[in-house]
Design a protein around this ligand. Sequence first.
Ligand code: CMP
Length: 138
Amino acid sequence: LQLMRCADFFHLRCPLSDLIVKAIQKNDFLSRLDDEQTAMMVDLLAVSSYKPNDDVIKEGTEGDSMYIVAAGELLVTQAGQTLRSLTTGDVFGELAILYNCRRTATVKAKTAVRLWCMERQTYRTIITNKSKKKREQL
Ligand code: CMP
């Protein structure tokens, strides 16, 4: 409840968390989170930075994090082929978390990049916490 109040407050006041909430809502996978889970996610995201040409994700490796682009541009490639570019508000790296598979593509920074990231374990905790509460309500 405390988390919820805090995030509600920021939602009204802070364009940054507004941007994160919008990014979550436009992603097929993350839009399944309810308001409370979204608020927890906004609270628990960590920030990381990359230089141009850094690989954030390497195709075929094991992955533990998913990301929301805060600033900058990245390129998604698969077997050397460009699939798309990513920019502020785009979500990536969610597939390995969702399906427990290896990274399906490489994601490289085109410019200096700032990302919000969430580890698999944190995401799991948000989901599990919710289903536990639901069970307790029955
Ligand atoms: P993941 O497989 O965890 O790591 C690589 C990421 O690249 C993947 O999650 C998606 O977020 C993204 N990705 C993979 N394939 C595509 C595609 N065809 N178009 C856009 N993004 C993709």
